[in-house]
Design a protein around this ligand. Sequence first.
Ligand SMILES: Nc1nc2c(ncn2[C@@H]2O[C@H](COP(=O)(O)OP(=O)(O)OP(=O)(O)O)[C@@H](O)[C@H]2O)c(=O)[nH]1
Ligand SMILES: [Mg+2]
Length: 246
Amino acid sequence: MILKEIESSDGVLEVVDARCPNELRCIKLEDKIEELGKPFWIIINKVDLVPKEFADRCKKFLKRESNAVDVIHVSSKKFYGFWILRRSLKNYFKDTDKKVKLVLIGYPNVGKSSLINMLAQYTAASTAPVPGHTKGKQWIRISGKIVLSDTPGIIPREYASKDWAKILFPRDVEESALILLEKIEKAEGSNFKELYGFDPKADEDTLVKIAQRFGYLKKGGEPDTHRASQKILSDWNSCRLTAWWL
Ligand SMILES: Nc1nc2c(ncn2[C@@H]2O[C@H](COP(=O)(O)OP(=O)(O)OP(=O)(O)O)[C@@H](O)[C@H]2O)c(=O)[nH]1
Ligand SMILES: [Mg+2]
């Protein structure tokens, strides 16, 4: 499904989360994109959630380690990055006469929809359907000839590493929360202590402490670690909880 979208495009915007940009890129898919002969950009979204020094270091790292045409910082929340992205795209396609159709892809929760909304706001007056495509599909006009599909491609579970498959597509929330906690425990920095009142540690006791702190108790007063796990995952997904690592 996602491969079809990529195949019928002229280029791909791969969105990653600034909190852990290298772990949330999909190298397997990048290789496929290259095999198909398409250019791709890595878009580091949510840069407002990490220190600037860290974001800059990630950008340098990804420029060196990947075959992306360019690596761009954006924050869909702060409306940052549109013009830099547009300049990079225009520059790459400057010798092309025909229309350029781009597709945006990324794992769940990296901010694909937010980013599309941000881009659409810059170009609100100029979104237009392109003939010959599924009815209802809208194209966001980035420049005169460059358009982006407003329907992002979600990278499926099969492409994710074992850890991220469990965090992003959770089945057993306690297990998922502990895997995320382990990453946060080893992170370069985080606001975990500010949010929960103690240092992050990937163990059952942390879930118990969170349950007690927020009053998540089962009948009989036993701490509800299931709800505590849901809280950690939801704070991470809603970006209240931040932590960063390469
Ligand atoms: N701080 C911050 N939060 C962001 C930014 N972009 C997105 N978010 C938040 O990240 C969460 C996920 O954003 P979405 O745009 O829904 O992500 P998505 O990739 O479309 O997610 P799925 O549709 O589930 O695949 C939401 O809580 C957003 O508010 C950003 O630049 N900065
Ligand atoms: Mg979405």
